[in-house]
Structure formats: structure tokens, C-alpha cells
Design a protein around this ligand. Sequence first.
Ligand code: HEM
Length: 410
Amino acid sequence: MATASCPVHEDFDPLSDDFLADPFASFTDAPVFYAPSIDYYVVTRYRDIEAIFLNPQDYSAAAAQLPLVQLVPEAREILLAGGHKPQPSMVSLDPPDHTRLRRPAARAFTPRRVEAMRPRIQATVDELLDAVDATQPFDLVSTLTFPLPATIVFSFMGVPERDWPQLKKWCGSRASLGWGRPAPSEQVEHATNMAAYRGYLRQLVTAKADDRADDFASALLEIHDEDPDALTHEEIASILFSLSFAGHETTNYLIGNLVRRLLEDRSRWDAVKNDHSLIGGAVDETLRFDTSVPVWRRMTKRAVTIGGVEIPEGSKLFLWLGASGHDASVFGEPESFDMTRENAHRCLAFGKGIHYCVGASLGKLEARLALEGLVTRWPELRLEEQEIPFHPNISFRGPLQLWVSAPASA
Ligand code: HEM
């Protein structure tokens, strides 16, 4: 229920077909409103969202992966029996539990380590593009944007290649369960998949304990060896659970949004094609203009006032990161896609504060190398006539298919 001071937007439903096709049409001037369709307070302004991210004392991360619908008892039981709690991994935890998991996870993604991944990312881009039959239109998602981040993050973690298709399938269930509106029968199916997914990662940790390799799971096990209380096997499996999802769909969708936004206005693509130094700016501007994680969530730990609206303790907040990227008080002419915009990197696409995305530099590097590979190989790449499909969830947005053609350059 909304408080008296809060506007209510009865029609706002971020899972409706119209919204999924074009969320930008629903941007509003209201800094905060209540959406009965999801029982969330929607926060739209940059400064309010930034302040919430920077204040873990008053705002808990517990809502980050909370199902949007009340799960049926059978689905809830399957999840609990499978060790999947309501705050299932680091991004939903508050300190000190969060800190225990975050510290070892963040170690893997220092700028130096990410830079060391460059040759592997480059080689993967080249391999994937080599495999494309560009004599006819092709789907860029299945050929490049999906397999690139999956290959990088799964091999980095130490998941055997034969298990990647299974893991990708489980990740699909995870998106629907935590961020979609699955029907009761789908909930049971997704819950069963989640239990299997978590069980798989636990087994992976147990197997790696006896058979180390040059991968992240083994590196985490070394921390455990030094001090078993500092990081348990269960916690290692939980970190892998975080990375396997966060490191994959987010970046898949980012690359899809990036290529779409450049190709839908030829002058943008041509500018990048003629000047590769614009690539970094194109990635940053896409994160501001059409980010792949347009919504993140928090919960109030006490009664607060946001944008003049009183919000009770225990309320769920829908932080509309996508709208904050179009906040004219921070980004001048927000509807113009400007690859030379100086402050695009200030957008909140990766969050801020203690949960700031650990994989931000990796995701951006993958997107940059993917785009460089594309403009170099197919400078005349074109978008095919199509209706772009999106997965029905609130937080992960990018093309599920993106059909392009690559006429030979003159
Ligand atoms: C490239 C597109 C990506 C976007 C837009 C994105 C966005 C986000 C956002 C919005 C958060 C929540 C921040 C908060 O609560 O303050 C987050 C957290 C996180 N991201 Fe990303 N992410 C991306 C890529 C990646 C990659 C490539 C990885 C790992 C390989 C990754 C791993 C994580 C992890 C582990 C967290 C949780 C951090 C914590 O709770 O402390 N992300 N990301």
C-alpha cells in the first residue's frame, strides 16, 4: 500500500508486453511513485538512487533477488531444500555477511587481472566471428553476444565446457524466478532447476578440492586451505553462483544493446568504424542510454523520505537505473546518444558503494573487444528488419535475437 504523500501509477507494469518492448515510453517526471502491479516504490532520479546505494545502514540489499510473485509452497520448499535461501548470494546480503563473500570475489577482478584476460577475450571474439557464415543474415546473439561472456566467465571459474549448456539453461530459470512473474507450474520447474544448479556448484567445489587447476574455483579453495573459517566450501559455491549469472547475461545484453544502438542510426556506426577511439565512449554511452541492468532493488530498514515521499520501514524499492541515466539534471540532452559525452561513465549502471559491480571492467572490456572485432571485420554491418524480442523480467534487458547482415565492403 502507498502512503498518502505518494503518487500511485496504476498502469505501471514493468512486465507488461508494452513495457518490455519500450520501457523508455514509461519515463515519468515523478521522482517516486508506487506501483501496485508489483508492490514496489519506484525511484527514478539519479541523486535519490545514488544516495540509496551509498546508504546501506538505511537500505538493505535483501530485496535484490526477491521473487516478484509470492511463490507457491511447493516451489519454496524445493528452494529451501536445495539450499537456496531468500537472500541467495552476495548481492542480496548486507554487511558483515556480504563482506565475507565480496572480498575474495573482488580480488579476481582487479584492473591488472582483467587486463590479463584481454588475449583470451580477443581470441574468443576472433574464434566466434570466424565461425559465422556471413554470406547470409545471421543472429548476432547466438553467434557472438551470448557465447562470448559465457565462455569467458565459465572457463575463468573452472566449469568444464561440457556443462556450459546446462549452466546457461539454469541461468534462464534464475532470471525468471528472481526477476520475472512465473506461473505456479513454472515456479516449480524453475525451483527444481535452481536446486540442481546450486547442487552442481557444490559438487564442482568438492571435485576441485581434489583436482586443482588454474582457475578461480581453485584460487578460492587456496584461501580456504589457509584458513577454513575465512571461506567455507559453501561460500565458495555461493561466489561461483554469483559469477556464473552476473558475469554472463549482463554482458550478453550489454553487447546486444550496444550494437543495436549503433546500427539503428548509421551515422553512429560509421563514426565508430572510422574512428576506433570512440569505442570506449560508445560502451559507456550505451550503459547510460540503454543499460543491460535497468533496475536494481533495495528495501527500507526504517521509515524514510525520498523525493518528498514518505516511505515506511520494510518497503520494497524499485531503483530505476535506466531512468536515472536519462536524468536531465545530470546528463544534458539525455535523449541524444552521444559517444563523446564526458560524464556517461558516471551513470549508475553498475550500482554504487559497497555492492558496486565487481565485474564492471571485465564486462566493459568484453563489450569493447566485441565491437572492435565487428567494426573491423564487417564495416558494412546492417540491422535486418525485425521486431526485437526481450526476456520477460525486470532487471536484465537486451535483445534475445539480433539479426544482422554483413555486405562485403566496397
Ligand atoms: C557488463 C554489464 C554489467 C552490468 C550492467 C552489471 C550491473 C551490476 C549491478 C547493477 C549490480 C548491483 C550493484 C549494487 O547493488 O549496488 C552488480 C553487482 C554485481 N556484479 Fe555486475 N554487471 C555487469 C557485469 C558483470 C560481470 C561481467 C560480472 C562478473 C564476472 C559481474 C559480477 C557482479 C557481482 C558479483 C555483483 C555483486 C557485487 C556485490 O554484491 O558486492 N557483473 N552488477
